[in-house]
Design a protein around this ligand. Structure first.
Ligand SMILES: [Mn+2]
Length: 256
């Protein structure tokens, strides 16, 4: 991956639209429509940035998946519209789509964001993360994460044919869903210790992340805001995002 952006500065009149955990897949056209229509609608407010904080796709097994994925094509069209409006696009990878690389990001007109990435807006500094690195109580997951993020594992994996990679990803997903069901709620949520550490610096005013699918505004032990982005579902329905501007952070409901 070419160089990642670790810090963004918004001027007083600039804004950022933030969403995550769309988990787009070719098997769910209703979800795809929900996400792209919502983003298109929010783009009318002319944000300076469209920021997606990981798990854009339910599974991403390599950038050669792009050419055969209607979900990717639809999100790329949405990004193309944003790009033409002059909106800058930032993508952070999540635990489902950590193999998104330069080729796919270029087709989304996106710059890769580091995890964490700091956003400066008004007088505040926000830390943006996918969120999985905050779930430090889940030792089994953190060990798995370390393995799949190693360049050796990724090299071996990407050398396999696309069909085999898709089958492996499906197996991993089913195993993860099964294991998550068996874990106590507290294990699969963020650890307060990790949150406190992230927010320890007096220069940092708050945290924004996805991943846990427990959307809302929480307060850390050090009395700083922690915004959790919603995941998306066309049936409940649920989704939405946040708006960052000079005055702070605003929650954007699915119906907004
Ligand atoms: Mn995730």
């Amino acid at each position: 991956m070419s160089s990642l952006v670790h810090r963004l500065a918004l001027t007083d009149h600039q804004t950022a639209l933030v969403l995550s955990d769309m988990h787009l897949s070719d098997e769910d056209p209703a979800l795809l429509a929900l996400v792209t229509q919502w983003v298109d609608h929010q783009l009318q407010r002319q944000p300076s940035w469209l920021i997606m904080l990981g798990d854009l796709f339910d599974a991403w097994v390599g950038d050669d998946q792009a050419s055969q994925s209607p979900a990717f094509t639809a999100l790329a069209s949405c990004c193309e519209r944003a790009h033409k409006m002059g909106v800058a696009i930032g993508v952070m990878v999540g635990n489902r789509d950590f193999l998104l690389r330069d080729e796919a990001l270029a087709r989304l007109h996106a710059q890769g964001l580091g995890d964490p990435c700091e956003v400066h807006a008004g007088k505040s500094n926000w830390v943006l993360m996918h969120g999985d690195t905050l779930c430090t109580s889940d030792r089994a997951y953190q060990d798995f994460r370390e393995m799949v993020r190693s360049s050796k594992w990724q090299e071996d994996f990407l050398a396999k044919p696309l069909s085999e990679r898709l089958a492996i990803a499906k197996g991993l997903r089913e195993r993860s869903e099964h294991e998550t069901m068996g874990k106590p709620m507290a294990i699969t949520d963020v650890s307060q210790e990790a949150v406190n550490k992230t927010l320890a610096s007096p220069d940092i005013n708050g945290l924004i992340h996805g991943h846990t699918h427990r959307p809302g505004l929480y307060q850390s032990d050090n009395k700083k805001p922690r915004w959790v982005l919603p995941d998306w579902c066309p049936h409940s329905p649920r989704g939405g995002g946040l708006w960052i501007h000079a005055e702070g952070v605003e929650s954007l409901a699915l119906s907004s």
